[in-house]
Design a protein around this ligand. Structure first.
Ligand code: HEM
Length: 147
């Protein structure tokens, strides 16, 4: 749920990799002609208020409540951080395992606190655009070992 919510709010690829329409299609009333470059705005989809309740809020539990059943496998068009269809990300399972393994270990072995004098409200969630999106101001935390 934490991984899903992180990818909903902060998809590393804000716009999907460009695709070309091979033939004339109509989507939502719009004509898309052959060879038109298509990029899906994954960021906007993940924050669409018509789909997500309080879209700007980080709330992993939404995936066991109102958003139950929505997954990032490419079948649910509300959440497309790995794309969809024939060119869907083949690294999805590996990315999920790596994330869960890393986060699980970090939380199992350490408690985390903010550096002296810093409050949660001081944390910046601003993003910088590169090949993928990353935090503009790196996250700085103090680990407290408890195991
Ligand atoms: C959180 C981590 C990751 C995210 C959010 C992500 C996201 C994406 C997205 C959005 C695409 C484009 C899908 C499309 O065109 O519809 C893609 C393609 C791809 N990803 Fe990932 N990816 C991640 C991790 C990985 C990892 C770990 C690997 C490899 C070990 C990987 C390998 C690839 C490859 C090879 C493609 C191109 C597939 C093709 O065009 O046929 N990705 N990824």
């Amino acid at each position: 749920m934490v991984f899903k919510e992180t990818l909903r709010l902060h998809p590393p690829l804000v716009l999907s990799i460009p695709h070309l329409a091979q033939k004339h299609i109509k989507i939502g009333g719009y004509d898309v002609y052959p060879n038109t470059r298509i990029q899906v705005n994954v960021f906007a989809i993940g924050r669409d208020p018509e789909t997500w309740k309080n879209p700007e809020e980080f709330y992993p539990e939404r995936f066991e409540n109102e958003a139950i059943g929505i997954d990032f496998g490419g079948q649910d068009f509300e959440l497309l951080p790995f794309g969809s269809g024939r060119r869907v990300c083949p690294g999805m399972t590996m990315a999920t395992a790596a994330f869960e393994f890393a986060l699980g270990n970090l939380l199992y072995h350490f408690d985390w606190k903010l550096p002296d004098g810093m409050e949660t409200e001081d944390l910046s969630m601003e993003e910088e655009l590169g090949l993928t999106v990353y935090k503009k101001i790196p996250l700085c935390l103090v680990p407290i070992k408890h195991i």
